[in-house]
Design a binder for this molecule. Sequence first.
Ligand code: NAD
Length: 476
Amino acid sequence: MSTFPDLHLLIAGEQVSGGGRKTEDVINPATGEVLTQLPHATSEDLDRALDAAEQGFREWRTTSADKRASILTKAAGLIKKRAGDIAQSLTREQGKPLGEAKGETMYAAMLLEFYAGECKRLYGRTLVRPEGSRVEIQYHPVGPVAGFAPWNFPTLNVMRKIGGALAAGCSTIVKPSEETPASGIAIVQALLDAGVPGNVVQCVFGVPSDVSEHLLASPVIRKLTFTGSTAVGKQLAKLAADDLKICTMELGGHGPVLVFNDSDVDQALDTMVSNKYRNAGQVCVSPTRFLIEQDVFEKFRDGFVERAEKVKVGNGLEHGTQMGPMANSRGLDNMEKLIGNAKDKGAKLLTGGDRIGNQGFFHAPTVLSEVPTDADIMNNEPFGPVAILNPMSGEDAMIEEANRLPYGLAAYAWTADPARRRRLAAEVEAGMLAINTGGVSAVDAPFGGVKWSGYGSEDGREGVMACMVPKAIHEG
Ligand code: NAD
């Protein structure tokens, strides 16, 4: 097996580690073994990164769009070329199967390619008044951006934090998750190797709240972008508000799936079961509450359980594994509490329900049915390999249940009725709605939520515009 990469901070283009800095263990969730040590940034390191980002912004904002586009395209090519190696360390530090790790990394490269193209499409507009005056509307990069990325998609989330900002002309400081640092470092290193200046893209680690408080206290940072739980998102938005920094918040969800009597049940099952257990359910857009119309409930329930029981769980490095371990022991504890509480409230456990073995953080693919609304799992994001299957009667009740929670990230629906599709598009409160498909993400479409799932978009043109501010030039 290849050796695990050395870990370091990337500040002003330098690899920084050692020097008595505090470190923390990076754990392989499939075995529980310590892979290596991750250095934490000191407060001086963070100040140096802030100074560099300020300087880097001055340079990068005036770098031509053509040059920015060509550097970002080159970086995307490097990431694709390195995807096999990056996937090896991603799987070892995060757990997901190697194929998913490589696919995620290729997708991160494709997103960067899309953003590179957007560099050349950052148009303004001109209002020409009949009496001869004009207003020219320009868009300028907002300034240095601080990005905080979680551990569930260790390469893609880092790209989402920095790709749009770099295309817009911003400098960036990203803190990947301390639990999955090698993947984030690999993305930033590819950007550096392709020619992004060292003061334009930097990477730091530490105690998350210390790093975010330090960076957000600085007037240098003009924008915050965070992916993670709603609770932490709210705290960070408050910190950002002290200096009126712009925010993009990509937070939790509780994906409803509306399965109607007129749907193609087999197609829905083939799509949604693998979607549910992808990345062991640790996906912000994971389908969670299946709301199934009465006539197809039994067929859907039985087909779901049959498929869930066939999911091959194992070490993500092993050929044939379809679901790896959970990424950390917190995930297992959360599953145990939520499933226990659901059973106490009267839910039926149809399969799974427990961790697997004592080594690593494996949990069985789990299906609950007839879960009452007051069970915790019907209200809090499980972020794990568990599906809730509840029978429902009628479209209105299903939409009402879909919209009941304060979350609004991804929602799914299966129906053959075109008029119903239009009604769902209008009524379901979500940033993304998938109808007769399991996909809610595309590099050229905005990705983000409403209500407690956050605000601002990543991906698509919106992901770049979220890092720009308008300026209106009025000419007489
Ligand atoms: P968490 O909210 O504590 O951490 C999520 C991420 O945010 C981690 O990577 C962590 O390093 C970072 N973080 C935490 N506090 C921070 C701070 N003060 N400043 C900057 N970064 C900070 O939750 P967790 O235990 O790691 O994950 C569990 C929950 O988080 C899930 O139930 C889910 O709701 C949410 N989550 C969501 C996503 C997503 O894609 N939206 C990803 C990961 C976790």
